[in-house]
Design a protein around this ligand. Structure first.
Ligand SMILES: Cc1cc2nc3c(=O)[nH]c(=O)nc-3n(C[C@H](O)[C@H](O)[C@H](O)COP(=O)(O)OP(=O)(O)OC[C@H]3O[C@@H](n4cnc5c(N)ncnc54)[C@H](O)[C@@H]3O)c2cc1C
Length: 310
């Protein structure tokens, strides 16, 4: 068994930030990632809203974060599938297919991913027309015709916010009514740039190298309509990566890990940070903030409130 001060699960912005703080404070830290690390940031081409970097590339930001963590002595192991974990005792144990590791504290930063439509052409245009984050990518579609897929609060609110940039926004929704709050529905209905295709589903995204259109089918009439658009925001929900922790750590009804504002979970010495936890705004900045708080509170858990340790 390899022993550490802190085990971090997930090498995205939250986990890497926690790794930077803890290893800089001379803690023995291991980050385990089920993939190659870097997190969702690596899925995005351009990142324009992370302070201090201007407009940078997702993979570049992620690799700089990794480099910084490793530079302070943080160990990162990739392609680690968790087999089991024991998180309740003082010595916390995580077993993966490649080894067994123990820590005095654990930070769960396994993130999540946006829910996709699951149609073949969706993958082709991810990052070249299709986005899952209006806050991140809205201004790349200035003066363009775009669609928003979805009918809940985020789809409605983001459609309204996208009208700051886009020439037109068509909301494509599968039902004949929206699931959002009345004020969100009203704001969308009153916006002159927004039009609606109700009881409609996206059948295909069209284009050679970049997105140029979408084929939408009306569920009631079976009519297919092609729209010329250059952007599609798919805002149909979010899937937290919390499955391995179900029954181990307290989750809410949306499968997000419940924490207090210090990132503490219901288990002593176990913290959660970033997109995996219950919160409203999922951004790199908020993940980094969570990672910082989780790391500092993990330190406090191990040593008490000793500021000289940080
Ligand atoms: C396409 C796209 C574009 C985006 N663009 C922007 C943007 O421009 N600006 C912005 O601020 N935000 C953007 N975001 C959101 C931002 O990327 C996330 O909010 C942020 O990455 C969350 O960080 P995180 O560390 O909490 O989780 P993640 O980034 O999801 O990282 C989690 C890590 O945990 C690993 N993991 C998952 N499950 C396990 C497991 N069981 N065991 C071990 N490891 C596991 C994953 O492999 C991953 O590396 C974008 C998101 C997407 C999807």
């Amino acid at each position: 068994m390899d022993r550490y001060d802190t085990l971090i699960i997930g090498a995205g912005p939250a986990g890497l930030t926690a790794g930077i703080y803890l290893s800089r404070a001379r803690q023995n830290v291991l980050i385990l990632d089920s993939g190659s690390g870097g997190g969702q940031v690596t899925l995005t081409h351009a990142v324009a809203n992370y302070p201090g970097t201007g407009e940078t590339y997702g993979y570049k930001l992620a690799s700089e974060m990794k480099k910084q963590a490793v530079g302070f002595g943080c160990e990162i192991l990739t392609n680690q599938k968790i087999r089991s974990m024991e998180l309740e005792a003082d010595e916390k144990i995580i077993r993966t297919e490649k080894g067994d590791y123990s820590g005095k504290t654990v930070i769960v930063a396994a993130g999540g991913k946006p829910r996709t439509l699951g149609i073949d052409s969706e993958k082709k245009f991810q990052g070249t027309g299709i986005s899952y984050c209006a806050t991140c990518d809205g201004d790349f579609f200035t003066d363009e015709d775009i669609i928003v897929v979805g009918g809940g609060n985020s789809a409605l609110e983001e459609a309204v916010s996208l009208t700051q940039y886009a020439k037109s926004v068509t909301i494509v929704h599968q039902f004949d009514h929206f699931q959002g709050y009345p004020h969100a529905i009203k704001a969308a209905e009153e916006n002159s740039k927004i039009s609606f295709m109700m009881e409609s589903i996206v059948e295909d995204f069209l284009g050679e190298d970049t997105l140029t259109g979408v084929r939408v089918r009306n569920k009631k009439t079976n009519e297919n309509i092609e729209l010329n658009i250059t952007g599609a925001f798919i805002l149909i929900g979010y899937v937290p990566g919390s499955k391995p922790f179900s029954g181990v750590i307290e989750l809410n009804g949306r499968d997000e890990i419940v924490t207090d504002e210090g990132m503490a979970t219901n288990l002593k010495g176990v913290f959660a940070a970033g997109d995996i936890r219950q919160k409203k705004f999922r951004q790199i900045t908020t993940a980094v903030s969570d990672g910082t708080i989780a790391a500092l509170n993990a330190m406090e858990f191990m040593y008490g409130a000793d500021p000289d340790k940080i």
